[in-house]
Every structure is written in structure tokens, then in C-alpha cells.
Design a protein around this ligand. Structure first.
Ligand code: SAM
Ligand code: SF4
Length: 463
């Protein structure tokens, strides 16, 4: 969780707290932009706020519990400021809808990810004495015409949303229900946004979507309508490889990243574009979720372990030094010890730079919740997760140690968390690098000789 904003005088003040994935942080910038056009400015002091928005995540149960706990704390804010308006936005709002208003008396506004343009109207309804909700999902909304206000920005790196929603229906996942149908954003508006970021001094962008490889622009609307186009109309479409190339050419001096890739959809064409342009970083986030074919099928991931490992080989044969990271879920429905061993062996074979690792958390109304039994005991899920983390950490450490003695190019993002005397940045492969400050500035790309390494960080000095 991060609070986002800066203080300006004389307007109604909005405080936004963002939880969960990068997409939510990017959405908070859209929310701030819409509210700014309607007389609200962001503050980073919750006690100055006239309106507090929590932009929420619903991906696992504990993400929602965090919001419930936060709402308990906000009771005292409301006691000291009776007119304070509290809104719950994003995926949890979309999932729970009216139930959230019934269960959380403190909440005045509930708004789903596709109704942010309605927020000023919803706040006005509360001003008039009511409570307000809009959780309609849209087939077209991409907020593509908005130029987002950058919140809590380091002035160096920025997110650029290129699509919304997801059509994949992985059985464990709540996203298709909370973010609706997949739709892509007009490439022209994406190019305008990235050029604007370049002209205001940003040095790196991350193109965001739940499944970027599925990006397809053909004039707007849900992706599933592509099938009904004529051959000519299809010829005029733009896929992700084309978009990536257009962005690389449009902002040659910026570093470009993207996330998230889906193993079923990532293509050689995309990896070839990465290889062709030096300003596209050699890093891919490619969640596997499991190494067992039985579990992958139950998850409806639409690929096998062999397919996944072939994609890893394809990436490494085109870009041998490509950083690859992964998401893994431990203890999915009916996962046996053998299935778990297959996940460990996939991690061993793939040699990820790092992974995000989770215990399976059943989400109401998902296909898994409806059709499968969440039958792996909590303690077993915990044990398997610990083993997965231990293995991944040992691989990350080994890979990071291999950098010792090498020189890496690092884009400086800001102070290191541990000391203001050190800079923090990332190399091409997205590994965090820290080094002592000497005459450099945030936004510089510097060559760093790596002298030491931990599981998460390279430590070095500028040369
Ligand atoms: N769209 C991306 C993909 O398909 O890889 C990821 C979207 S999701 C926001 C991020 C990660 O959360 C997933 O890759 C998965 O590992 C994890 N996740 C999703 N649903 C989960 C659940 N019910 N329990 C535990 N982890 C979950
Ligand atoms: Fe969820 Fe699967 Fe879509 Fe990712 S691809 S958002 S895991 S349904």
C-alpha cells in the first residue's frame, strides 16, 4: 500500500490509497485526473482530506481483509471530520457491490474499475446526503483519452496502461469478474502518452495489462468481436509486437518494459522485437502458476508444463541474457505432493530471476470455487510455499552472485531504502542494484561494477 499525492491550497482535497497490482496504481492516477478536472486536488495527508478513496484489490482473501482493517482505522478520521467522504473503489468494490455498503456503514461511495468517470457525480450524491454506488462494467472503457496525473512519482519511471480486463477465465482468478471483458487501448493515445512522459523527463515506462500479449487494436471494443471482422478490417489491426515496436521507435531514449505476459500467448515475434530494439529491456514476467499438468488443466491455464518450458527455451535462444520472473500458486485444489514436486522441478528447470509466490486463496464465484474443492490443508499450503520460496531464493542468490565482477547499466530511480547515501535502480533484467552516491542524479543511467549480491539485490560501485 502506498499513499499518493501532493498538497496544493484552496480546493477540496482527495487522498488516495492504492493496494494490489501495478494496474491499480495506474488506475489511481486516472482517478486523480478525473477528480482534478472536477475541483479536487490530491493530498498526501489523510487528515487534511475531504475525500478518502481506497483503491482495492480482491485477488486473495487477505487483500480484502486489509481493506476491512483499514476501514476500522478510518472510523476515527470520520469522528474528527463528520463531512469526510470515504470511497471503496476497484476490484473489491466490483466483487462485493451493494454488500459492501451493507456491511461497512462507514463507506459512502462504492465504484468499480470501469466507473471512475462517474466518481465526481457519486461524490456529489453523497454531498446531497446519500450513499452512492456504480459498479457497471464496460465493453469499451479504456480511459485512453486521459493524460494521467503522475502520483507519488519518482519522475523517472511510469506505468502506461495499454488494455483493460481479461478474457482468460483461469479458474482460480477473480479478475475477469472484477475487471470485465478484455479491451485494448488506441495505439495513438498510447504513443501520445509515452511521448509526453519522455518530454517531461521520464526515463522508463512499463506497458501494463493483465495479458499484454493478447493486446489487439481494431478500432475499440471487446476483443472477442475481432472474430466477426472482415479480412480487410483485420489487416488494419495492431497486435502487441507491433505496438511494442511503435513505442520503441517513438521514444528511443526511454527504457521500455511490459507486464504481464501469458505463456499461451507470448510469441516469437514479440521476443524478436525485444531483441531488435536496445531500449526494450530484456525482462519478461511469465507466470507459470504450477509445474503440474494436472493442476494447470484444473486451473484452465491452457498450456502444459512442456509448452511453458518451450517458451522459456524460445526466449533464451533469442535473448540469452533475458531476465524471466514467475508467479506460483501453492496448494491449489487437489494438489498432491507429486504435483508440488513438479512445481519445484519446473522452478529448477526454468531458473527464474525471481518469483512472486502465494498460497492458493479461494475466491467466491470463480470457476474453482464453484467446481473444485479447496482441499489442501492450510498447514500443507504453508509448508509447500516455504519450500517453493526456499528453492527460488537459492536460485535468485546464485543468479545474482554470478553478476559479481560484471558491469551492469543501472537507471537510478531514487534513494536506496536502507540509506540515503546509496542510490537504488534496476538493471536491464529488472534486478535491483544499490551503490554509493557520487555526483549522479536520479534518472541517470550509470555503469556499476557489481561487488556483492543478496537474493534480491546487487551491490556495487559506479565506474
Ligand atoms: N494476469 C496475470 C497472469 O495471468 O499471470 C496475473 C494477474 S494476478 C493479478 C497476479 C497473480 O496473482 C497471478 O499470477 C496468480 O499467481 C496470483 N493469484 C491470482 N488469483 C489467486 C488466488 N485465488 N490465490 C492465490 N494467488 C492468486
Ligand atoms: Fe487472472 Fe488468468 Fe486473466 Fe491473469 S490471465 S488476470 S490469472 S484470469
Amino acid at each position: 500500500m502506498v499513499n499518493q499525492g501532493s498538497i496544493l491550497p484552496n480546493k477540496r482535497k482527495l487522498y488516495i490509497e492504492s493496494y494490489g497490482c501495478a494496474m491499480n496504481f495506474s488506475d489511481s492516477e486516472i482517478i486523480a485526473t478525473i477528480m482534478a478536472e472536477n475541483g479536487f486536488e490530491t493530498t498526501n495527508d489523510e487528515f487534511q482530506a475531504d475525500v478518502i478513496f481506497l483503491n482495492t484489490c480482491a485477488i486473495r482473501e487477505n487483500a480484502e481483509q486489509k481493506i476491512r482493517d483499514r476501514l476500522k482505522h478510518l472510523r476515527s478520521n470520520k469522528k474528527t471530520n463528520k463531512d469526510l467522504i470515504i470511497g471503496v473503489l476497484g476490484c473489491m468494490a466490483e466483487r462485493l457491490k451493494n454488500k459492501l455498503l451493507e456491511e461497512e456503514k462507514l463507506v459512502d461511495v462504492v465504484a468499480g474499475p470501469d466507473s471512475y468517470r462517474e466518481l465526481p457525480k457519486l461524490v456529489a450524491e453523497v454531498d446531497d446526503g446519500g450513499r452512492a454506488i456504480n459498479v457497471l462494467l464496460s465493453r469499451e472503457e479504456t480511459y485512453g483519452d486521459l493524460n494521467p496525473i503522475r502520483l507519488n512519482s519518482n519522475g523517472v519511471t511510469a506505468f502506461v496502461s495499454i488494455m483493460r480486463g481479461c478474457d482468460n477465465m483461469c479458474s482460480f482468478c477473480v479478475v475477469p469478474f472484477t475487471r470485465g471483458r478484455e479491451r485494448s487501448r488506441d495505439p495513438e493515445s498510447i504513443l501520445m502518452e509515452v511521448k509526453e512522459l519522455q518530454s517531461t523527463g521520464f526515463k522508463e515506462i512499463t506497458l501494463l495489462g493483465q495479458n499484454v500479449d493478447s493486446y489487439l487494436w481494431f478500432g475499440g471494443g471487446p476483443k472477442k468481436e475481432f472474430k466477426s471482422l472482415t479480412d480487410d478490417e483485420r489487416l488494419n489491426s495492431t497486435d502487441f509486437a507491433q505496438l511494442l515496436e511503435m513505442v520503441a521507435i517513438a521514444v528511443p531514449n526511454m527504457r521500455i518494459r511490459y507486464s504481464t505476459s501469458h505463456p499461451r500467448d507470448i510469441t516469437e515475434k514479440v521476443v524478436e522485437v525485444m531483441k531488435k530494439y536496445d531500449n526494450i529491456c530484456n525482462y519478461i514476467h511469465l507466470p507459470a502458476q504450477s509445474g503440474s499438468n494436472k493442476i494447470l488443466e484444473l486451473m484452465s491455464r491452457n498450456y502444459t508444463r512442456e509448452w511453458y518450458l518451450e517458451k522459456i527455451s524460445m526466449i533464451r535462444s533469442i535473448i540469452p541474457n533475458c531476465g524471466i520472473s514467475c508467479d506460483i500458486i501453492a496448494g491449489f485444489c487437489s494438489e498432491t505432493h507429486q504435483d508440488h514436486l513438479e512445481t519445484l522441478s519446473l522452478i529448477e528447470l526454468a531458473q527464474f530471476e525471481f518469483s512472486y509466490m502465494y498460497k492458493y486463496s479461494e475466491r467466491p464465484a470463480t470457476p474453482a470455487a464453484k467446481k473444485l474443492k479447496d482441499d489442501v490443508e492450510e498447514s500443507i499450503k504453508g509448508e509447500r510455499l516455504t519450500e517453493i520460496i526456499k528453492l527460488q531464493n537459492s536460485i535468485s542468490l546464485k543468479k545474482n552472485m554470478a553478476y559479481i565482477g560484471q558491469t551492469v547499466d543501472v537507471l537510478i530511480e531514487g534513494d536506496s531504502k536502507k540509506s540515503k547515501d546509496f542510490w537504488m535502480g534496476r538493471n536491464d533484467q529488472n534486478v535491483v542494484v544499490v551503490f554509493p552516491k557520487i555526483n549522479q542524479q536520479r534518472g541517470d543511467i550509470v555503469s556499476i561494477l557489481v561487488e556483492n549480491a543478496t537474493t534480491t539485490t546487487l551491490i556495487g560501485k559506479a565506474i
